[in-house]
Design a protein around this ligand. Sequence first.
Ligand code: FMN
Ligand code: SF4
Length: 378
Amino acid sequence: MMTRLLGTADAMSPLPKVGSEIIEAIERSRLVGRGGAGFPVATKWRAVAQRSRGDAVIVVNGAEGEPQSKKDRVLMSERPHLVLDGAFIAARVLRARAVILYIGERHDAARNAMLRALSARPESERRLVTTSAAPARYVAGAEAAAVHFLNEGIATPTNVPPYPFERGVGAAPTLVQNVETLAHIASLARTGQAPQTTLVTLAGAVKRPGVLEVEAHATIGDSVLRAGGAIEAPRAILVGGYFGSWVEPEHAWNLPLDADSLRRHGLGLGCGVIGVLPASRCPVCDTAGIMRYLAGESSAQCGPCFFGLRALADACTRVAERGTNPEDIKRLQRWAGEVRGRGACRHPDGAVMFLSSSLHVFAQEFAAHRAHNMSRSA
Ligand SMILES: Cc1cc2nc3c(=O)[nH]c(=O)nc-3n(C[C@H](O)[C@H](O)[C@H](O)COP(=O)(O)O)c2cc1C
Ligand code: SF4
């Protein structure tokens, strides 16, 4: 029977007796992180395990800063014990002295559910835990920002290395792991089964937007249909949220959501957002809106990120508001290449990945855009 994260009663039961062999099971399962970067989980656990002298720290990342994503909040609200199980299994296997629940400051229902569940846990687990409210900024969920915030109260990414697994919270080896990833580990530890599902947030022009648990090999089309289908003919589908890529609907429809299949198409599931853009919306205006948001979320520490994203957002906005100017299109293409890889964190890379996919998928719209009243768009 397939194990599921959602739609299953959440109850506390004794933690399964797992040791370091779980790392091999995680490796065999090919589980990758569900917070956005899609990094192999077993590799990260080994890196912390090698360095821990009983002093490691586990950061449970429930910041969920991506505006369209809801899956982490829903998971923490519906299955808090499963998330805590994952955290305490990590604490045991990695010999941690502390578990920190780093939950978005606006995610009240999720935080309350996690705290209620925690209060029912044995004292031996409770005493490991502290909580921290992640600021409501896009970059606050990045692992280096989380560690910086927990050490110094500033939720901006720092220049890495040293990486959190080397020197993180209180200079100790630190595992920062997304809440969905931890829930999958708990489920794997209980059932021995590799994760067969993934959580996605369906956003945009679907009949029933929200969080769904889909089979890992389900296609994007299956997920859209499970959300009631598109409200009107889609123009494109955003796979992976604001750091993701637009895909033409006919290409997206049959794409399986598993990490390997998406990678083969140069895509990633990121934080699991699938956003449907209807043909009636202006993709140039939406791209400009998202780029302005991402530029505003730069932590202003790296010039190419702060100035580069702002210049890209301004150029997009000029095209959206005043109509196509071939110089702006050339600038957008050139500057996107210049910004990539030039920040201390992946924020500028994610933003230009999104922008490059817009310029590609909406090439016609960018090439022949007429002045548009931006107040009518997002
Ligand atoms: C700008 C930025 C924002 C991020 N926001 C989040 C977030 O809100 N939640 C999250 O779990 N991971 C977020 N990440 C990814 C984290 O850096 C990190 O990879 C993740 O928490 C690790 O857990 P995972 O391997 O289980 O995904 C973000 C990364 C970047 C670059
Ligand atoms: S790349 Fe951008 S968001 Fe990341 S640390 Fe530098 S300025 Fe901040």
